[in-house]
Write a protein that binds this ligand. Structure first.
Ligand code: MN
Ligand code: MN
Length: 483
């Protein structure tokens, strides 16, 4: 159990499968750097695999039967997938649940400005989720997201990830000038309000004849600095208007996310790892979705939920606290001809869930933050966390021993390698997932996922073997019997 390195035990056939899965995983990461992009990517993949949209089935009133594959997207940012099992829904489902939001910088509603001297144009940001702010300076960044215009049309922005695209960056101070800065605490060395993105450094060019025409006509002749500032901002605004049809006011109804620019890469001479943005928790989202596509016909209905807003407390209409999932299950039962409020409650209470989220991989450079016996190691298998939380398990979902025993049996039968871990040592670590929210229905839930090194950094690392093993574990769980 989690003692030996996975790589030593795989057959040639398994190694081939492992590489293929990780190739797909990297493509998944590259195509989905925001929640919306993840949903688009997932819907494309699962529709090809025969999944049908729940809402369209509701319209036609088509009755659901065993083996049917259904999905429901909520506000373009969360999704629930179901594969109907042989047993009545009332008996419960096997649920995989991961999140598809990741820490980043979000663009503010009134973001665009030029500095006092008119030397640069900036987009002002507000960071999203837990970030070490100093990690987000002086590296190439991309802008992904949507601008929704008053007429309801949506402009999709995706700049910085194609080879010919420009990138963006947050400046940092030259080390020679940073004597005072370097004395500051790491949490203060880059302040939140200093995380402003440089997006331009060239003023709007006004043609000579236009300049001559306007000369002497201005009653409040602006100072040179006012003019420099206005033209610097106008330079970028002009490009936004010309390239995307976006006006400055349109930022009010936009969701633009600043993410690291660049593709997911293999890491190490041995290519054993993946280094990429957003692996918390897209590594579990990908493996969960992929498991759903590869399961056989199941006894219990199989379910996978991939949700938004975990990094900021699972709030909002698309976070796990929203009722969208419960509503989708109610609709599903209705289409299966088997709905009542009581049956819905039974279905949820009798379900079993893996809250599929990442865990902090043991880092030898920071060994003192871990308690080795109860730490997750990269390359040693799928990670179970009975509890997370902090300061005496506070805020955690402490899973039942009976449930963990049940899972041990299922995984051992399929020879899935797993390890157990806490998130850091006592009174050092802590954290939360969506586990406790689903547990409110009375269902068995445990945290389970992939170990990650430098989690929440712009570039996070995982081991390919853990990705593969977790995928295998998810299949075993979903196909497995009820507790
Ligand atoms: Mn997470
Ligand atoms: Mn996280």
């Amino acid at each position: 159990m989690g003692k030996s390195n996975l790589w030593e035990n795989y057959s040639q056939k398994q190694l081939k499968e492992l590489e293929k899965l990780n190739q797909e995983y990297r493509e998944f990461l590259d195509n989905g750097k925001t929640e919306r992009e993840c949903i688009d990517t997932i819907v494309n993949i699962i529709e090809t695999a025969g999944y049908q949209e729940l809402e369209s089935l509701i319209k036609t009133g088509k009755k659901l039967k065993k083996g049917d594959k259904v999905y429901s997207v909520w506000m373009n940012k969360s999704i629930a997938m179901f594969q109907i099992g042989a047993k009545p829904l009332e008996e419960g489902m096997n649920i995989l649940g991961a999140h598809i939001d990741s820490p980043r910088l979000d663009v503010k509603q009134k973001p665009l400005y030029a500095d006092a001297d008119g030397s640069f144009t900036y987009l002002d940001t507000h960071y999203y989720g837990g970030v070490k702010k100093y990690q987000w300076v002086a590296l190439p960044l991309a802008i992904h997201g949507v601008v929704v215009k008053k007429d309801g049309t949506t402009v999709e922005l995706n700049v910085g990830d194609n080879e010919d695209d420009p990138v963006f960056f947050v400046s940092d101070l030259l080390v020679h000038l940073a004597g005072e800065q370097l004395e500051k605490k790491a949490s203060k060395v880059i302040e939140g309000e200093a995380l402003d993105l440089i997006v331009g450094n060239k003023p709007l060019i006004i043609k000579k004849e236009d300049k001559a025409a306007s000369a002497g006509n201005d009653p409040d002749k602006p100072t040179d600095v006012d003019r420099a500032r206005r033209l610097m901002k106008a330079g970028v605004l002009g490009i936004l208007k010309e390239s995307y049809g976006i006006e400055e006011e349109d930022f009010i109804s936009a969701e633009l996310e600043i993410v690291p620019a660049g593709k997911a890469r293999e890491a190490g001479f041995d290519r054993s790892m993946i280094l990429a943005y957003g692996q918390d928790d897209r590594v579990c989202a990908f493996t969960s979705m992929r498991a759903m596509l590869d399961i056989k016909a199941t006894e219990r209905t199989a379910c996978c939920i991939l949700v938004d807003k975990e990094e900021i407390g699972s709030v909002g209409a698309t976070g796990m606290h929203s009722r969208f999932f419960e509503n989708a299950v109610a609709e599903l039962m209705n289409l299966a001809g088997d709905y009542s409020e009581l049956k819905l409650r039974r279905c949820l209470a009798h379900s079993c869930m893996l809250s599929s989220d990442v865990n902090a991989g043991f880092d030898p450079s920071y060994a003192s933050c871990f308690e080795k016996k109860n730490a997750a190691f990269l390359g040693r298998g799928m990670v179970f966390s009975k509890y997370t939380g902090s300061r005496g398990k506070s805020g955690s979902n402490d899973a039942n021993a009976e449930y963990q025993a049940h899972l041990r049996k299922i995984l051992d039968e399929r020879k899935v390698i797993y390890q157990t871990a806490e998130l850091g040592k006592v009174d050092v670590g802590g954290g939360g997932t969506i586990a406790y929210i689903l547990a409110q229905y009375g269902m068995n839930v445990i945290d389970c996922g992939v170990a990650v090194l430098n989690m929440h950094a712009p570039w996070e690392a995982t081991n390919k073997a853990d990705v593969y093993e977790t995928y295998r574990g998810y299949i075993a769980f979903v196909e497995g019997a009820a507790l």
